[in-house]
Design a protein around this ligand. Structure first.
Ligand code: 5U1
Length: 710
């Protein structure tokens, strides 16, 4: 077993030692059932029940028994997933029931049209699905599910045993990839319960994002090629002629359809069929719903769209299917696609476009970032014209030239990124990127220290680009929270020489601001009021706002809690800083350097003189934070507290607030509509609190209110 995260408590129902004597055949049978059960818990239900070492012990015992008694070896044994000898080519397979494709929809109108055609085809009122009382009863019922971004696969089970796995191919014939698919641990080699003589299961092979990231890290470390996205990684892994390579690739599977079926009645509905698959031990995605009419479909689409970026795998849309199988049959097919189904696509998160130029940007700390200027492309729901290339090494690694066609990705709020070049589309005369030796903004020398990936402008605050970024950082919501001080204003006040440092902001009046381009009197007044309001802040926000390299929000909070007073922080030496939670030598040195720079001290004094203030407190070092060392995860909507406030309260008490649930999580705080994090907490036995429970815990731990200095 090579899983690295099979973390779990020992399962009392799985005795390993001290078993009653049994024949080898009985013991082999018992071991296989145990291993299958644990695989199902781990790979299908994502709820492991035994630790790695225990699984490995069971596995080794089975391997030893099978070596000793070769007559007991069967192809569906869990030991037979390791991948056999390489193939020279894949055989072709004729699908006994063709693998169809789906019609696509992109707009609300497409969905309304689909629902209308289904309703009419089923002889319902033309208005069925529209939301009036009369037609509600007539509305068509649909099974709605996710459209996974992977590879369609057909699995053939005979008498419950996996005998063949084939790719979709052209829908009529595909490739026989059985030896590879047998290595996918989420796919049972043997179905649970009473299985029919023939059952073909259709579904998607894909890769979880976390597994993709780990695989790419492993590939890069081994100097091997990395993959552009999870879909390509899944495809490349399945098409390996050497199944031992596939066996090392973390592939997964979700079942969503039926091919040939013999010796068993079809269930009445698609949703019941998926429930049946799950009962047989097949992985079925739980992000699905049965809904009615076009409005039900559109609500499902919206809900899934909202959580798309939080899902642990990539999807490119949702799929709607008329739920009753008899009605599906009644609607039939048109050319190669069923009339009863529709794929409702989300905006693509990856598109190709052309790199028109590569320029560099200067960040707050002088970091020089190469940025690709792109031919405008609509991706991830917006038009993208720039994408980060991160640093010089990345440009080399991805081999991006000016003139190249590239794949651009924009998912959620993440900055658009060039993920790969399409090498076969490189034009003649494509130019390589050359890192400039001087800053394009201030002309200072650019240096790149040994062991650092980032090149930096050495101009410091004489560089207008760095000044602008420092001001934007200072003003941001999580720092001094000066609403209205955005790019456009900062650009002008720096270029016109009105503002040199953050302290100059407090000298701005309405008249000066109103004179700026595109600044109405009212906006100028609001901005002055926001600057005024920012004078009263908290110590941790102030520290974060200073923009000390390596000091993010969390470190700023730790520093505020530890030192209590700015003067104490400013004189702290490296040894004193190393006593702060999570501060290491690099961060400590950066803080010492920052306060060792007379210019920075001067700006701080000017800010204090301008009336910027906060409540100071005694250093907290003597009183350890009450929830230090505890990890919380917040999920769902809490009745009174915002997510941000709850997080601040927990962090103020010394707790860490993490984004995902693992066995290391101490508490999950769940509100309304908590989703998979709550399920996972329950599966792992992590204590779950509601808002009142969290407040009670904070109170009993002696923690204060949000924003209070401990
Ligand atoms: N979830 C899901 N994906 N997907 C893809 N269901 C589904 N069904 C498909 C395809 C191609 O096809 C059948 C409806 C024919």
């Amino acid at each position: 077993m090579n899983a690295t995260h099979r973390g779990a408590q020992a399962d009392a129902s799985a005795p390993v030692g001290g078993l009653p004597p049994a024949s080898a055949a009985e013991r082999v049978q018992w071991l296989r059932e145990e291993l299958d059960r644990h695989n199902h818990q781990y790979y299908v239900l994502d709820a492991p029940t035994i630790p790695d070492a225990e699984y490995d012990a069971l596995f080794s015992e089975l391997q030893a028994l099978e070596t000793e008694h070769p007559e007991l070896l069967t192809p569906d044994s869990p030991t037979q997933r390791v991948g056999g000898a390489p193939l020279s080519a894949f055989d072709t397979v004729r699908h006994r029931v063709p693998m169809l494709s789906l019609n696509n929809g992109f707009s609300d109108e497409d969905v309304v049209g689909f629902d209308r055609r289904c309703a009419q085809g089923l002889g319902r009122s033309a208005a069925a699905g529209e939301q009036d009382l009369f037609s509600a009863a007539q509305a068509v019922e649909y099974a709605s599910e996710l459209k996974f971004d992977g590879l369609a696969m057909s699995l053939r089970y005979e008498d419950g045993r996996l005998v063949q796995a084939a790719t979709r191919g052209d829908g009529e014939t595909g490739e026989d990839v059985t030896v590879n698919v047998r290595t996918i641990k989420a796919i049972p080699l043997k179905l649970r319960g009473a299985a029919p003589p023939v059952l073909e299961v259709r579904g998607e092979v894909f890769m979880y994002r976390r597994d993709f990231d780990k695989l790419n890290a492993r590939q890069a470390e081994a100097g091997e090629k990395t993959f552009v996205n999870p879909r390509n990684a899944a495809a490349g892994s399945l098409r390996q002629l050497d199944p031992r390579i596939t066996a090392r690739r973390p592939l997964s599977f979700f079942a969503y359809g039926l091919g040939e079926l013999q010796g068993m009645e079809r269930p009445a509905t698609h949703s019941a069929m998926l429930d049946g698959f799950a009962a047989m031990g097949l992985p079925v995605c739980q992000e699905r719903a049965v809904v009615k009419g076009a409005q039900g479909l559109l609500d499902f689409y919206r809900k899934v769209g909202e959580k798309r970026d939080q899902l642990p795998y990539d999807i490119d849309g949702v799929v709607y299917k008329v739920n009753a199988l008899a009605e599906q049959e009644q609607l039939g097919f048109v050319s190669r696609a069923p009339r009863f189904a529709l794929a409702h696509k989300f905006p693509a998160q990856e598109m190709t476009t052309i790199v028109e130029d590569i320029e560099v940007q200067v960040g707050r700390t002088g970091a020089i970032t190469p940025v690709a200027r792109l031919q405008p492309v609509f991706v991830g729901g917006v038009t993208v014209t720039n994408a980060t290339l991160h640093n010089e090494d990345e440009v080399r690694r991805k081999d991006v030239h000016i003139g190249d066609t590239v794949i651009v990705r924009r998912a959620g709020d993440v900055i658009p990124e060039v993920v790969a070049v399409v090498p076969e589309r490189r034009p003649e005369g494509a130019r390589a990127f050359v890192m400039p030796v001087t800053c394009p903004v201030c002309g200072s020398h650019i240096e790149r220290l040994e062991d650092e990936a980032i090149a930096r402008c050495t101009g410091g605050l004489i560089c207008a680009a760095q000044r602008k970024q420092a001001l934007l950082h200072f003003a941001q919501r999580r720092a001094m929270d000066i609403e209205g001080l955005g790019d456009k204003v900062v650009e002008q006040v720096v270029d016109q020489g009105i503002v040199h440092t953050p302290a100059d902001l407090y000298k701005l009046g309405v008249a000066k601001l109103a004179a700026l381009d595109r600044m109405a009197d009212k906006s100028a007044g609001n901005l002055v009021a926001a600057i005024e309001a920012s004078r009263s802040t908290t110590f941790n926000r102030f520290i974060f706002a200073l923009g000390i390299r390596h000091v993010g929000e969390a470190t700023a909070k730790d520093l505020a809690r530890h030192f209590g007073k700015l003067d104490a922080l400013m004189v702290a030496d490296e040894a004193a800083l190393l006593e702060v939670n999570d501060v290491g030598p690099v961060v400590a040195q950066s803080i010492v350097n920052f306060f060792g720079e007379p210019h920075n001290v001067e700006v701080i004094e000017q800010l204090r003189a301008a009336g910027v203030h906060w409540a100071e407190s005694e250093p907290a070092a003597r009183a350890p934070a009450p929830l230090a060392g505890k990890t919380f995860v917040l999920t769902g909507t809490l009745p009174t507290l915002s997510r941000e406030t709850a997080k601040e309260m927990l962090e103020a008490a010394g707790a860490k607030v993490a984004g995902s649930v693992s066995k290391k999580t101490d508490y999950v705080v769940a509100g309304a509509e908590a989703g998979s994090k709550l399920d996972k907490a329950e599966a792992l036995g992590v204590p779950v609190l509601d808002e009142a429970g969290m407040l009670a815990l904070l109170e009993s731990a002696g923690a204060g209110q949000p924003g209070e200095q401990p």
